[in-house]
Design a protein around this ligand. Structure first.
Ligand SMILES: Nc1ncnc2c1ncn2[C@@H]1O[C@H](COP(=O)(O)OP(=O)(O)OP(=O)(O)O)[C@@H](O)[C@H]1O
Ligand SMILES: [Mg+2]
Length: 386
């Protein structure tokens, strides 16, 4: 299977990988390709670089989905047979929308939205962004306006965070400690230390001395509110995890050729497998291409260089420096090749691994994305190093 078939044969394609390896670029390039080939695609991006967002017709202020205007395609000589929409994922907004949709009354809604702990959790708690990406995916999947959704995922220092996020968030919100807080709070109408065991009461008093009783009350209110809201976060997270296991969901593991990123990609693929999620392929993005040795005699190079350099310059020394720099570049290219081959041999020769070269410039416009997509779907391939 190649990535063109993956795009053709799935409803959802999730790009995962560690920070900065090219997930957003890959997601946008895949979405663009699928739209050009005739599918109605939604690309759900997270923190795209500003210039990329502009290229996709997203201005900074909006988190609504936007159809990429035909004029933007035409300007690049592209004629999509399908349609591309793009959306920026806004974690807090997604969370707020959930609260608005499920709150039992306007009062309950406001109580949660105005709760300080909620404000913190919904915007800055580790794992919330990952969880909300899943929530958003779940929501847009119900909409048959799109026949393909390409999901970008947030930068995490450890790619595993992404898969664990729903569980971790749930564990935090729905933990015995939290439930105990809630019970203590609700049992007495307010936090009653007398009802608790001695040790716990001592601990709580200690906490409230530092943080004020209000903090505890806020937590209790927040947890009670959320549980009421979602009928148990746990069930909700289970439903969402479940929906990721459907056969119409593909995972693409993106990595750079850096040894650490490759190690993490291998680890992540195993983690996906053990979680019952199948990855459909790997992308090694940013491979440095092999620069060829010049085929002209050295004497000619010296002559050419002396014309470029100011009079009196040490042309011989300059050429030697250039040759050394070229050697270094070639070594780096060979290093990238070794890493890519290592990935291939570790995940199994039968698995799909595609390589995308490092371009001279950042990938920010539709033309550059098209070029990336050509490599992703195998229309172009990097030169092998013999
Ligand atoms: N093959 C490439 N050649 C040149 N530049 C690239 C290439 N791939 C990505 N870039 C650039 O590298 C930067 C990081 O890429 P991108 O945003 O896709 O990574 P990411 O994995 O989404 O990062 P984060 O984890 O921070 O979200 C961007 O500026 C992008 O334009
Ligand atoms: Mg990104």
């Amino acid at each position: 299977m190649n990535l063109a078939e993956v795009l053709q044969g799935h409803r959802v394609v999730v790009c995962v990988g560690s920070g900065g390896v090219g997930k957003t670029t890959t997601a946008a390039a895949l979405a663009l390709r699928a739209a050009v080939d005739g599918r109605r695609v939604l690309c759900l991006t997270i923190d795209p670089a500003r210039r990329l967002a502009t290229s996709l017709g997203l201005d900074e202020m909006t988190t609504e989905e936007r159809v990429v205007p035909m004029a933007l395609f035409e300007a690049q000589g592209l004629k999509p047979k399908g349609e591309l929409s793009a959306m920026m994922l806004d974690t807090k907004r997604t969370f707020d929308e959930l609260v608005e949709r499920y709150a039992s009354s306007p009062e309950a809604r406001d109580r949660i939205l105005n709760n300080e702990i909620y404000r913190y959790v919904s915007s800055s708690l580790a794992g919330t962004q990952e969880y909300m990406a899943m929530e958003k995916l779940h929501a847009v999947r119900q909409n048959d306006r799109w026949d393909l959704i390409v999901l970008d995922t947030p930068p995490t220092t450890n790619a595993l965070d992404f898969l664990d996020a729903p569980e971790r968030l749930v564990a935090m919100i729905d933990s015995p400690a939290m439930r105990w807080f809630v019970q203590a709070f609700q049992g007495a109408g307010k936090m009653s230390f007398n009802l608790l065991g001695k040790g716990a009461a001592f601990l709580l008093k200690g906490i409230s001395q530092f943080t004020g009783g209000e903090f505890l009350a806020n937590i209790a209110e927040f947890v009670t509110g959320l549980n009421e809201l979602f009928g148990g976060f746990r069930e909700r997270a289970a439903t969402i995890s479940e929906s990721l296991r459907k056969p119409d969901v593909a995972f693409v593991v993106v990595t750079s050729p850096a040894p650490m990123a490759v190690r993490e990609a291998i680890f992540f693929a195993r983690r996906l497998e053990s979680a019952g999620l199948a990855d459909s392929g790997f992308v090694v993005n940013g491979m440095r291409p092999l620069l060829h040795e010049p085929s002209v005699p050295r004497s000619e190079l010296l002559a050419e260089l002396s014309e470029l350099l100011p009079p009196g310059a040490d042309v011989e020394a300059a050429l030697t420096r250039l040759e050394n720099a070229l050697d270094d570049e070639r070594l780096l290219a060979v290093g990238d090749r070794i890493e890519s081959d290592r990935l291939r041999s570790q995940v199994g020769e039968d698995r799909l691994v595609v390589e995308v070269p490092a371009f001279d410039q950042d990938v920010h416009d539709l033309r550059a994305l098209t070029e990336v997509a050509d490599y992703l779907v195998g229309k172009r391939q990097m030169e092998a190093i013999s």
